[in-house]
Design a protein around this ligand. Structure first.
Ligand code: NAP
Length: 244
């Protein structure tokens, strides 16, 4: 029970990496608040599944919307009095030549992937200060290395990396730790548009020769959000299966 008594907010948790992190956290004693954007059957199934493991609540809405974020954090603080752990996981990707993208593509990706991290961190920190809280951002290996045809996505994740390092320095004296995980290719819906052949190419770029699982990211997230990692802050932890 590595997160016993902790209150954790995980964004983008209707499926994929966010869902697995939520499951891992609940199983380790945390009260988990999940967020996702679309009120669909998909989210209901996840919510019901997570309830089998412990206490879970949900807030459905867009994390790039300031009004929604402020009101969600206010509601959580009013009810639970604190947020110990924030996992900024919600994100979208898009695959396109830069010349074929529009300003609305740019705004959408930057708003959901990066502006949300700013908004949530800002609001949560107000109550997290001096409370030994943890912020964990889900970045991507492309944030450092850059991916062809995912230029805006890569830039949004690069921004998260810089944000993580800078904020960790700003809040470390208050006992708050800030880290990021930079996953490689993980088998979730985000990659379902790839053909079998494209998937094979991606696997060949990985030393371990396969896509990672959401659970493999969740295990590292648990470590980084628990006291097991009490001397780690300002780090971008690569979980990629090894890059060739
Ligand atoms: P996923 O399966 O597509 O799930 C994305 C989640 O984000 C869903 O719950 C979705 O909710 C939510 N979301 C999207 N836009 C949102 C918004 N505006 N407000 C609130 N929630 C929103 O993706 P994933 O693969 O688990 O990815 C999770 C994170 O890991 C992302 O930040 C991604 O960039 C990062 N990552 C993934 C990979 C990979 O290979 N899969 C690699 C590196 C990094 P709805 O279902 O309601 O839309």
């Amino acid at each position: 029970m590595k997160l016993d008594g902790k209150v954790a907010l995980i964004t983008g948790a209707s499926k994929g990496i966010g869902k697995e992190i939520s499951k891992e956290f609940i199983k380790n004693g945390a009260t988990v608040i999940i967020n996702y954007k679309n009120d669909t059957e998909y989210g209901d199934i996840t919510f019901n599944e997570l309830q089998q493991y412990g206490i879970v609540e949900r807030f459905i809405g867009d994390v790039s919307n300031e009004e929604f974020v402020v009101s969600m954090i206010d509601s959580i603080i009013s009810k639970y009095g604190k947020i110990d752990v924030l996992v900024n996981n919600a994100g979208i990707s898009s695959f396109n030549m830069l010349v074929d993208t529009t300003i609305s593509d740019f705004n959408n990706i930057m708003d959901i992937n990066f502006k949300s991290v700013y908004l949530l961190s800002r609001e949560v920190l107000r109550s997290m200060m001096y409370a030994k809280g943890v912020i964990l951002n889900i970045s991507s290996m492309w944030g450092e290395h850059g991916s062809s045809c995912e230029t805006i996505y890569s830039a949004s994740k690069g921004a998260i990396n810089a944000f993580t390092k800078a904020l960790s320095k700003e809040v470390s004296s208050m006992g708050v730790r800030v880290n990021a995980i930079a996953p490689g290719a993980i088998d979730t819906d985000m990659n379902k548009h790839f053909t079998e052949e494209e998937k094979k190419d991606i696997e060949e770029m990985c030393s371990l020769g396969r896509l990672g699982t959401a659970k493999e990211i969740a295990k590292v997230a648990l470590f980084l959000c628990s006291d097991d990692s009490s001397f780690i802050t300002g780090e971008i932890i690569n979980v990629t299966g090894g890059k060739i």
